[in-house]
Design a protein around this ligand. Sequence first.
Ligand code: 5GP
Length: 190
Amino acid sequence: MKALIDKIKTAGIAVDEHVLKVDSFINHQVDPKLMGEIGEEFARYFKDKKITKVFTVETSGIAPAVFTALVMNLDLVVLKKNTSKILSGEVYQTSIYSFTKGVNYELTLSKKFIDKDDNILIIDDFLANGQAALGAVNLVEMAGAKVGGIGILIEKTFQDGRKLLDDRGYETYSLARIKSLKEGMIEFED
Ligand code: 5GP
């Protein structure tokens, strides 16, 4: 998606060869016009998939996911990152490893907000090693519901996430694909 790629070129910062900083337009300061365009694009791409709800992982997926859900006229569910297990039986939980924080946490979904007939669109800001997206997939599967697609703003193709999601048979649509962050340079896939 040209608007996102242009923004990454002007405002993204390659912190090191693994991490791209996007805090001026996605996850600290937010560019609402760009998030609106992203919402339109995901809604266009997934329009025939009979999606019933949009899911994202807190917190940096929330801005683009809100706009996607708004354009699709669907509810948005924000999956929570808890540091300890809640054993009340009212939630689905799965353990995932955070790429940016280097810690494990329990990704949590209240049973109230999913039904076995749901067909979920998962939206997240980054696809790195795929743990966040796979965690979301696991929670949907625990509820007996379906994943209708996965929409990612920025995929880092030099990490393993895409392969893991492909191996599980899910369709992943990324708006910007980065092949390298070496030496402070942001290189995109063609
Ligand atoms: P994964 O679970 O795919 O390894 O990582 C996905 C999560 O880690 C995303 O939700 C995102 O918040 C964070 N993340 C992964 N790579 C980056 C990165 O290069 N920059 C930033 N800002 N966050 C990232």
